[in-house]
Design a protein around this ligand. Structure first.
Ligand SMILES: Cc1ncc(COP(=O)(O)O)c(C=O)c1O
Length: 395
């Protein structure tokens, strides 16, 4: 099997959100002089081709010309179970798997199932925007607790602040593990404290682990449900192969609900909305990667790690810019507070001078002000191009 990540694919005019929608999105918010040559490094999908095994599996399924109603096979469930056992030392019961079209809609289902309009949902900011936009859309109240910067300039929890929030009657907490946008892999100790706090205040813990497969050397993701004491907490986890293998457009995610009561309530709510499991093509592709995707993933992680090395080496030379080296994810959090530029000034320079589209930090809440997020799941040539554009923006 040939695996290579250097090839540049033209993604314009493929209905790609990342490549075809940024013009609209950025125009709505920022002054854009000319968007004909802007390099998009914002949305979290990869510019890498998916593993060939996905294409082969889908092609094989296409050989059968009927796409009638279908169910997720036991082989597919087995592949999921084995993957999590092999890669994360996490035993998931097949019965605990609830199939969904995405982690974001899964979070919506979970919130809708276990909380009421007006209830308080707590999150630790800065964090992935749907963590606040979904509960808000469901008329829940968002309680933001800022993460604090640690000595190593990466985030950590302030558990006193979190406990103060929980005391006020929080119903659910959404955990991002590993963390998007800063790429933190949470320690066992942090997860244990969080679980204990959720138990103490009877808070439902929603553990979004979509980024858990992309972890760099020296770090290890710990599935929340495997942490000591987790069996006493109300926890549901969200997992997916979509970040790992660049399959977001196939729409496939899983809620893991080992607790029978929680599981039944979720299944009931899924049914109430007429939500189905994965479509036949997604199921074929997902089974293939969970059975045979290890080598591709390991090589992709090594490739992205080198991209990060280069970004770090080049951007850290710039006055006022500091790279937060991620433990996980292909996303890098860039601290530009040292430049003294406001977010609007920075975005204006990036878009109109450098011609590069990055995510502004406030997209992840006010706590992200002074930061940018860049996506490095792309060929090295694209990273080099992005770095040059970034430098030009700051000239
Ligand atoms: C933390 C997190 N959760 C969920 C998602 C999206 O999940 P899905 O595409 O399955 O809805 C992302 C995408 O970037 C993410 O970073």
């Amino acid at each position: 099997m040939t695996i290579q990540f250097d090839e540049i694919y033209e993604r314009r005019n493929t209905n790609s959100f990342k490549w075809d929608k940024f013009k609209e999105r950025f125009r709505a918010k920022y002054r854009v002089e000319d968007d004909s040559d802007i390099l998009p490094m914002w949305v979290a999908d990869m510019d890498f081709a998916v593993p060939q095994i996905v294409i082969d599996a889908i092609k094989e399924r296409l050989n059968h010309p009927i796409f009638g109603y279908s169910y997720i096979s036991d082989e597919c469930k087995e592949a999921i179970q084995q993957w999590y056992k092999r890669r994360h030392n996490w035993h998931i019961n097949k019965d605990a798997l609830i199939f969904h079209s995405g982690v974001v809609p899964a979070i919506a289902t979970i919130i809708e199932t276990f909380t009421e309009p007006g209830d308080k949902i707590c999150i630790s900011t800065p964090v992935y925007a749907p963590f606040f936009s979904i509960p808000k859309a469901l008329n829940r109240q968002i309680i933001e607790c800022d993460l604090v910067e640690s000595k190593e300039h990466i985030y950590e929890y302030d558990f006193e602040q979190l406990e103060e929030a929980f005391k006020k009657g929080v119903k659910a907490y959404i955990l991002c593990s590993p963390h998007n946008p800063a790429g933190v892999v949470w320690s066992k100790d942090t997860l244990k404290k969080l679980i204990q706090l959720c138990i103490k205040y009877d808070v439902l813990l929603i553990s979004d682990e979509i980024h858990s497969d992309i972890v760099f050397e020296g770090h290890k993701h710990i599935p929340t449900m495997t942490v000591e004491g987790a069996e006493q907490a109300k926890i549901v986890a969200c997992i997916a192969p979509t970040k790992t293998f660049n399959l977001a457009g196939l729409h496939a995610a899983i809620i893991v609900a080992e607790n029978k009561q929680l599981r039944n309530a979720l299944i009931q709510n899924k049914m109430a909305h007429g939500l189905d499991d994965w479509n036949v093509l997604a199921a074929s592709g997902v089974q293939a990667v969970y059975e045979k995707g290890d080598e591709w993933l390991d090589r992709m992680i090594q490739y992205v790690s080198k991209n990060i090395d280069y970004l770090e080496q080049e951007l850290n030379k710039l006055d006022g810019i500091r790279i937060i080296r991620p433990h996980a994810t292909y996303l890098v959090w860039i601290d530009y507070r040292g430049t003294g530029l406001s977010e609007n000034e920075m975005m204006d320079r990036l878009i109109n001078k450098g011609k590069i589209a990055l995510e502004p930090g406030t997209k992840y809440s006010e706590a992200g002000r002074g930061f940018l997020r860049i996506n490095l799941a792309c060929p090295f040539e694209t990273v080099k191009d992005g770095v040059e554009r970034f430098k030009k923006a700051l000239l």
